[in-house]
Write a protein that binds this ligand. Structure first.
Ligand code: PLP
Length: 402
C-alpha cells in the first residue's frame, strides 16, 4: 500500500492494522490508497457527528488561533460553559440537573475521577466499588480493576484493592455484594458496549437505584460509550427514569477531539476540595471548544431523536439479513448477533467491501455509525453487510452454521 508509515517505533499494544485511513467526511473514510469506506463504527462510538464536521473543525481552528492552554491555575471562558451544558443534558436537556463536572482527557480518566470521588465521598473504610463481569471501564489501573475482564488484568497483578464484581443484570447478586459497611459505589454501563452490546432487563437500573438509595451507596453510570444521544436519549439511563449520582462520559464529547467528563450531583461533587484531583489538560480551552461546538450541533440536530429514528431503520434492516439471529442495543448502538462464531471474518469481509464495523465478540457485529447518518447510507451499509455475511457463510460448512 502507498502512504503507509513504518510503525516499528510504536509499542505493540494493538493488532497490526490492515487499513490506514487518511481522510474522513461525514460517514465516509478514505484509506491511503484512496479507497472509500462507509464508516459504521465511528471510531468506536466517538465521531457521532461524522468525520470532519465543519462546525467542530471551525471551532477548533478558531480556538487554536485564540488560546489553546493556560492550566487549571487559571480560569478559561469555555470550560464552565460546557460544564453547564453537560449538566443540562444530564437533566434531560431541559433543566439544569444541579450537578458539577470535572473534565478529563479520556474515558478511563473520567472513571478514575468517579472512583476517587466515591472513596472521598464515602469516607475511610468504605472504599469498595462494585461493578459487573464483562464490563469495560478503561485501562488505567483503577478503571481496569473495575473492568470485569480478568484476562485483561492478570498480567498486571496485583490490582488495586477495593473492587468487587457481580453478574450483570443480576440484582440479587448485586444486593449480596453491597455491604454498606465497606461499599462506596456501584459502577455500571447502562448497556455493556465492549462486552458485545448487552442491554439489561428493563427494570434492572431502577432496581439498582433503589438498592443504592436504600444502602446509602452511590450509583455511578458509565455513559462513555452510550452517552450523548447514541441510544436515542441524551444518556442511556434516561430510558429508565432513574437519577444516578455520578455520570461519566467521553468518546463523543469532542467528536474525536480527546475530552471526557465526570458529572456528579452537587452534594457528591462537594466531597472534593481543591487539591484532591486534577489534570494538566483537563478542560483546557481547545478541548472545551471542541466539546462546545459538538454539543451545540448535537442540540441543534436533536441527535437523540435522529439516533432513535435512524436506529430503528438500521435495526429493522439488520433483522432481515441472512445470518443475523437477532439485534441487541438501542438507538445507534447496535449489536447484530450472528448465527455463527465468525464475526471477525464478517468484519474483514465488510472492510474489504468498504464498510467499517467491528466484532466485540465472536458472534457479534457492533454498529455505531454517525448519529447524522442518512437513510441512503444506512441502506448502503446494510447492502454491504449482507454481501459480507454471504461471503463468510459460503466458507462455513452447513453443520457449523446452524
Ligand atoms: N468505559 C466504557 C463504557 C468504554 O466503552 C470505554 C472505551 O471503550 C472506556 C470506559 C474507556 O475509555 P477510554 O478508552 O477513552 O479511556
Amino acid at each position: 500500500m502507498s502512504g503507509v508509515p513504518d510503525r516499528s517505533a510504536l509499542m505493540h499494544t494493538y493488532a497490526e492494522p490492515t487499513v490506514t485511513f487518511e481522510r474522513g467526511a461525514g460517514s465516509e473514510l478514505w484509506d491511503s490508497d484512496g479507497k472509500r469506506y462507509l464508516d459504521f463504527l465511528g471510531g468506536l462510538a466517538v465521531t457521532s457527528l461524522g468525520h470532519s464536521h465543519p462546525a467542530v473543525a471551525a471551532a477548533l481552528a478558531d480556538q487554536a488561533n485564540t488560546l489553546v492552554h493556560v492550566s487549571n491555575l487559571f480560569g478559561n471562558t469555555v470550560g464552565p460553559e460546557v460544564a453547564a451544558t453537560i449538566d443540562r443534558l444530564v437533566g434531560g436537556g431541559v433543566d439544569r440537573a444541579g450537578g458539577q463536572v470535572f473534565f478529563t482527557n479520556s474515558g478511563a480518566e473520567a472513571n478514575e475521577c468517579a472512583l476517587k470521588l466515591a472513596r472521598k465521598w464515602a469516607g475511610p473504610g468504605r472504599f469498595v466499588v462494585v461493578s459487573t463481569w464483562d464490563a469495560f471501564h478503561g485501562r488505567t489501573l483503577a478503571s481496569l480493576s473495575a473492568t470485569g475482564q480478568p484476562e485483561k488484568q492478570s498480567a498486571f497483578a496485583p490490582m488495586p484493592e477495593g473492587f468487587d464484581h457481580v453478574d450483570y443484570d443480576d440484582l440479587a447478586a448485586l444486593e449480596a455484594a453491597c455491604d454498606p459497611a465497606n461499599v462506596a459505589a456501584v459502577l455500571l454501563e447502562p448497556i455493556q458496549g465492549e462486552a458485545g452490546v448487552i442491554a439489561p432487563s428493563s427494570d434492572y437500573l431502577g432496581g439498582v437505584r433503589e438498592l443504592c438509595t436504600e444502602h446509602g451507596i452511590l450509583l455511578m453510570v458509565d455513559e462513555i460509550q452510550t452517552g450523548l444521544g447514541r441510544t436515542g436519549r441524551w444518556f442511556a439511563f434516561q430510558h429508565t427514569g432513574i437519577e444516578p449520582d455520578v455520570v461519566t462520559m467521553a468518546k463523543a464529547l469532542g467528536n474525536g477531539f480527546p475530552i471526557g467528563a465526570c458529572w456528579a450531583r452537587a452534594e457528591v461533587a462537594a466531597a472534593f476540595s481543591p487539591g484532591d484531583h486534577g489534570s494538566t489538560f483537563g478542560g483546557q480551552p481547545l478541548a472545551a471548544a471542541a466539546a462546545r461546538a459538538t454539543l451545540a450541533v448535537m442540540e441543534a440536530e436533536d441527535v437523540p431523536a435522529r439516533a432513535a429514528r435512524a436506529g430503528a431503520r438500521l435495526r429493522a434492516g439488520l433483522e432481515m439479513l441472512d445470518g443475523v439471529a437477532g439485534v441487541r442495543g438501542a438507538g445507534l448502538l447496535l449489536g447484530a448477533a450472528l448465527v455463527h462464531q465468525q464475526a471477525k471474518d464478517v468484519v474483514g469481509a465488510a472492510l474489504e467491501r468498504g464498510l467499517v464495523v467491528n466484532a466485540p465478540r465472536a458472534d457479534t457485529i457492533r454498529l455505531a455509525p454517525s448519529l447524522l447518518v442518512s437513510d441512503d447510507e444506512i441502506d448502503e451499509g446494510l447492502h454491504i453487510l449482507a454481501a459480507a455475511l454471504s461471503d463468510v457463510a459460503a466458507t462455513i460448512p452447513t453443520s457449523a452454521a446452524s
